[in-house]
Design a protein around this ligand. Sequence first.
Ligand code: NIG
Ligand code: FE
Length: 404
Amino acid sequence: MTDTLYTGISQLVTPRPGPQRGRAMRELTVLEDAALLVSGGLIRWVGRRVEAPATAHERDLGGVAVVPGLVDPHTHAVWAGDRLSDFEARVEGVPYEILLARGGGIRSTMRATAAASRDELVALARPRLQALRDSGATTVEVKSGYGLDFEAELRMLEAVRELALEFTLLPTLLIHVPPSEGRAEYVRAVCEDLIPEVAQENLAQAVDVFCEKEAFSVAETQTILEAAKAHGLATKLHADQFHAVGGVELACELGSLSVDHLEASGPAQIAALAASTTVATVLPGVTLHLGLPAAPARALVDAGACVAVGTDLNPGSSPVFSSQLALALAVRLCGLTPAEALTACTVNAAAGLGLTDRGALVPGARADFLALHSADWRDLAYTLGASPVRGVYVSGQPVKEVKL
Ligand code: NIG
Ligand code: FE
């Protein structure tokens, strides 16, 4: 096993390992003139350069800031077709939910995705995942949910499995929108056929449901997520995007890993999340692209919740191909401080995926880290429209290094 000592680190910045809530989200460790020892894909030692153990193999990063690799806990990176006409219609005033109710929106992406082969889906998703990784995401969750039928759902998850040979991905089965007829039968088949098959084939680690007026009711969501739990799968929800119909409360009751969106959450939902271990994941790209109110991330942190941030990369509500941009938007739109946003995009996003082995630069953690262009880590939250990320390292290996 070769040891590599990374040096030339002006600042090494990390949150504490594991999920952080409330005030602890802004408590970062900042080490000046630091070094990082990596071996076997893991961090072995972190400290001041002058105290570093002697190693044969040294890499000088050139005097820049180093932060943990970002974790993107919520994407729909596999889709076919586009939503450019929807975009134009929305800009001219037609709301997202109306497009969906008319059979467009998500349903139009479902038709295009169901018509694509697995190889086509892989080829379409690859550059999107590449863009996320170049932006700093070293672990990415990818959902299904655009399959019109179960075969297409499974094809999406198989595409994710293939892409996981190139990227660090966590697949989630998303039960997205019900068919226009026979929804009771559909929910039954999801529970009795689709979930058991996905669990058996190990095609997903979690099941997510879009709990919303235009999608699944709280009762339907509960039935589906209880079937997921019975098959050993973790649970997540899309909830409170447009209406607070009870999805957040259900997520907290079920002990879901995370509940995502929260744009319509109010004091009752904030209090429920603050009292639970469920991660509150906010998606500022949706606020920017759909013009929705921002999720109350500031109030959630102040109440003591564990808040994460994701891109929600998808063609309809968040064409955000950069996890760094999601971090920067969480500061502008959701009121997080740069330190809270870094914690939200690292250890807390990992917790939203049930992972505690990454997101912090501490001995024993995966050696997933970023070298910035800047000597000051706050450029990560500051920069808009250009990438502040010079190098991306996954398990200690460079996957992006911008040559100067
Ligand atoms: O997270 N709201 C539900 N699902 C996705 C959007 C999917 C789409 O519009 O294609 C979301 O926003
Ligand atoms: Fe989503």
